[in-house]
Design a protein around this ligand. Structure first.
Ligand code: S3P
Length: 429
């Protein structure tokens, strides 16, 4: 499927985002391990979470969807599935399942996924799990034979919330406490959710210690905040399309996720955060962005970790900023849904952006007048939507090929853009 995008003269309106992808994954995984019924309101229904739903069902956990989209999870005893579990394109699904299943004694399973997923790093999860006593492979298709686990003290070589989440899921089932040290502040949704369920999770700086109780997790009801990583495309579009003002309601503002807002503010963006409130330990707010002149900035260190999924759309913002924007210490971008340094550079150049690729980031000199072109998503949902936003400010028509990738995380992107005044057409020609 292709997208055809026309330039937009202004964007206006108030919208809400689908549920946060990271929190949806954790809520489903924790609910599957709890003994009884949990209810997850504003659960994300998209490609990556459907992958986790499929796997959890195959492990013997009944799921139901209510008319408002809430997911009902009947957690309990997991059983060995009849066939390999297909984790699709979802890194969170395979990594969290590795952690959750490694400690399920008597359970045997093989985890696999798409060609793209098979290429992504899994050893970073398998290694600490093996130190805990797990019997687990390194690359998909990877098999797991559930074992009794022991706690460990472990230093993550890279800040990765997916690795941390997997170790915490295993730590819940271990017989002694586990301590994880991280080099940066990766998203802490697992810690917050487990604490709200009564699990002993202590956090200090970038160190987290979980002390297992030996009891199953409690069932729970929660409302998942809107996904700030999806809202990022709307914020950027509002900042870039002239005469725009857009509000996104009830979007998660956990500070381990708000790096793009800080970066946009530092660039001179007009960002207003209002009505901050907390649900189950996760803060959300209403955020309004208006169009403004932007200037280039340097992004490195902790800010990279706090906006790790936002670099494709950040690069589009940088293309319109006055002066140089430098991203460094971001080599992790090379192992995301695409090599997000290489794929960004090749596609943005087609639109006229002077972008210099570096091993650990990129440099963009702006502002540049974009011209419409045929660009490709590389099968990466965030690249597809970033290129669509670039199309809204490019001269002439922009075509994005393999656009269907957007359904992995933000299935109503086209609809919401249309409601705000942005023209993104689906084409099957
Ligand atoms: C996620 C963590 C990040 C992020 C991904 C979701 C999570 O990955 O890129 O989209 O839910 O924990 P890493 O942990 O690999 O950095």
């Amino acid at each position: 499927m292709k997208w055809k995008i026309q330039p937009s003269s202004s964007l206006h309106g108030v919208v809400s985002m689908p549920g946060d992808k990271s929190i949806s994954h954790r809520a489903l995984m924790h609910a599957a391990l709890a003994q009884g019924t949990s209810r997850l309101q504003n659960f994300l229904h998209a490609g990556v979470t459907e992958a986790m739903m499929r796997c959890v069902r195959a492990l013997g956990v009944p799921l139901a969807i209510e008319s408002d989209g809430a997911l009902i999870v009947q957690g309990g005893q997991l059983r060995s599935p009849a066939a390999r579990l297909d984790c699709g394109n979802s890194g969170a699904t395979i990594r969290m399942l590795m952690g959750a299943l490694a400690g399920q004694r008597d359970l045997a399973v093989t985890l696999d996924g798409s060609v793209g997923l098979r290429r992504r790093p899994m050893k970073r999860v398998a290694e600490p799990l093996r130190l805990m006593g797990a019997e687990i492979g390194d690359t998909p298709p990877l098999s797991i034979q559930g074992k009794q686990l022991r706690g460990i003290e472990y230093t993550l070589p890279v800040a990765s919330a997916q690795v941390k989440a997997a170790i915490l899921l295993a730590a819940l089932q271990a017989d002694t406490p586990t301590t994880i040290h991280e080099p940066g502040p990766s998203r802490d949704h697992s810690e917050r959710m487990l604490r709200s369920l009564g699990v002993s999770v202590a956090t200090e700086n970038n160190t987290v210690t979980l002390t297992p109780s030996g009891m199953p997790l409690s069932t729970f009801e929660t409302t998942i905040p809107g996904d700030i990583s999806s809202a990022a495309f709307i914020f950027a579009a509002a900042a870039l399309v002239p005469n725009s003002e857009v509000t996104v309601q009830n979007v998660g503002v956990n500070e381990t996720r708000t790096g793009l807002l800080d970066a946009l503010g530092a660039m001179g963006g007009d960002v207003c955060v209002a009505n901050v409130h907390e649900v189950n330990g996760e803060p959300s707010a209403d955020i309004t962005v208006k169009s403004s002149e932007l200037r280039g900035i340097t992004v490195d260190g902790d800010l990279v970790v706090r906006m790790i999924d936002e670099f494709p759309i950040f690069a589009v913002l940088a293309s319109q900023a006055q002066g140089e924007t430098v991203v460094r210490e971001a080599e992790e971008l090379r192992v995301k849904e695409s090599d997000r340094i290489g794929s960004l550079a090749s596609e943005l150049r087609k639109l006229g952006v002077p972008i210099e690729e570096r091993p650990d980031g990129f440099v963009i000199a702006g502002p540049t007048r974009l011209h419409g072109a045929v660009v490709d998503s590389h099968g990466d949902h965030r690249l597809a939507m970033s290129l669509a936003v670039a199309g809204l400010i490019a001269e002439g028509e922009t075509t994005v090929t393999r656009a269907e990738a957007y359904r992995e995380s933000f299935p109503n992107f086209v609809d919401l853009m249309g409601r705000l005044g942005g023209t993104v057409h689906e084409s099957h020609e």
